[in-house]
Design a protein around this ligand. Structure first.
Ligand code: AMP
Ligand code: MG
Length: 341
């Protein structure tokens, strides 16, 4: 791919027109959302969508999420909208919930990874909502990272991956949640299946319906497995460093790290561990919210610091912790070390 000049600008009224014109003419741009940064294109323009796949190096069968700014846009995409979806949209949109619907024929198959369904969400970023409105079409926007790397939670992360590959990065500050949206599909009239956990937690969804957590959320899937959500089968969210999940107490984990005795070891922990000198700590935290916010950026930081191995403390899986654990399992290639054994 030929190198192009990448402009990095702050989100605001001043850039709205230019960004909208770029997207209307089939261009692509990175935009802020409350989950992670997205790499946006006109969801109805096949060539623009192809450019997104190319810039990311994303497998063609991994569908994109369509970002909307109004319910009218939802009805332009979805062939049918269950009553439960209307209820969930009222409660969680704009916000980090993506719902899957049968798609109308005019929605390009390329956008949806060849599936006959489309994933739709209304993001909360005021700038990005205004941009979608100005465009008048939904924006297909996967995370704005090179495929396989940790998702970008700041414009700086996007720049690391996309400099020279896309014309425009819009800086809306650090993402509030730090993990991608919750993805659900519908089963019958009163059940959702969580295909990817996120900030809209199973506990929150259970206020409205039955909730099934797909086995792919915490289990390893074969590369050729038939899955509802193709994104779940790919190696994902991995820095260059080798990532391992460590289970145990402060003491057993510290003892394990001391025994490792290798240089350039990174660690993401609760902050209560008395770490040996050869280990570099990166921000993580004790609460699931902090861990979600810090996980991807700390994995990138550990790479920047030249760590060959990064150990990440096992998170609690309640609330948004399920999303943290789901991403972490994939970045660690499902390697969990129990230091109590
Ligand atoms: P990303 O764009 O990186 O946030 O990834 C989007 C996620 O949504 C991937 O895991 C996709 O597999 C999933 N997804 C998008 N569209 C669909 C769809 N139509 N059916 C099932 N999963 C989808
Ligand atoms: Mg992604």
């Amino acid at each position: 791919m030929n190198k192009i000049e990448t402009k990095l600008v702050k989100a605001g009224e001043e850039i709205l027109d230019e960004a909208a014109e770029l997207l209307k003419s089939g261009g692509i741009a990175a935009v802020p959302t409350e989950t992670v940064y997205g790499l946006a294109a006109n969801a109805y323009n096949v060539n623009a969508v192809r450019a997104v796949f190319e810039a990311k190096g994303r497998p063609q069968d991994n569908p994109l999420i369509l970002h909307i700014c109004s319910t009218a846009m939802l009805y332009d995409i979805a062939a049918s909208v269950p009553e439960l979806a209307v209820k969930l949209a009222e409660s969680f949109w704009p916000g980090p919930l993506t719902m899957i619907f049968p798609r109308k024929p005019h929605v390009p198959a390329e956008t949806c990874g060849g599936l006959d369904t489309a994933a739709v969400r209304m993001p909360r970023s005021k700038f990005t909502l205004a941009l979608i409105e100005r465009c008048g079409f939904p924006l297909a926007a996967p995370s704005a990272n090179t495929s396989g790397l940790p998702s970008p939670t700041s414009a700086k992360h996007v720049y690391e991956d996309m400099n020279g590959r896309i014309p425009l990065i819009i800086d809306g500050g650090e993402c509030r949640y730090g993990v991608e949206s919750t993805v659900v599909c519908f089963e019958g009239i009163d059940t959702v299946r969580i295909l990817r956990p996120g900030a809209v937690t199973p506990e929150m969804l259970r206020e409205y319906c039955h909730v099934v957590i797909d086995s792919g959320v915490l289990e390893k899937l074969d590369a050729d497995a038939k899955v509802i959500s193709p994104g779940m089968k790919y190696k994902h969210y991995s820095p260059n460093a080798e990532v391992y999940i460590v289970k145990g107490t402060d003491e057993t984990i510290v003892e394990f790290l001391e025994d490792m005795n290798v240089n350039r070891t990174g660690y993401l922990g609760f902050g209560s561990e008395a770490l040996p000198e050869n280990v570099t700590a990166f921000p993580y935290g004790r609460t699931a919210e902090e861990q979600a916010e810090n996980l991807f950026s700390s994995l990138r930081e550990a790479d920047g610091a030249g760590c060959a191995e990064v150990y990440v403390r096992m998170p609690d899986t309640a609330g948004i912790g399920l999303a943290v654990y789901n991403r972490l399992l994939r970045s660690a290639g499902f390697r969990v070390i129990d230091t109590c054994k």
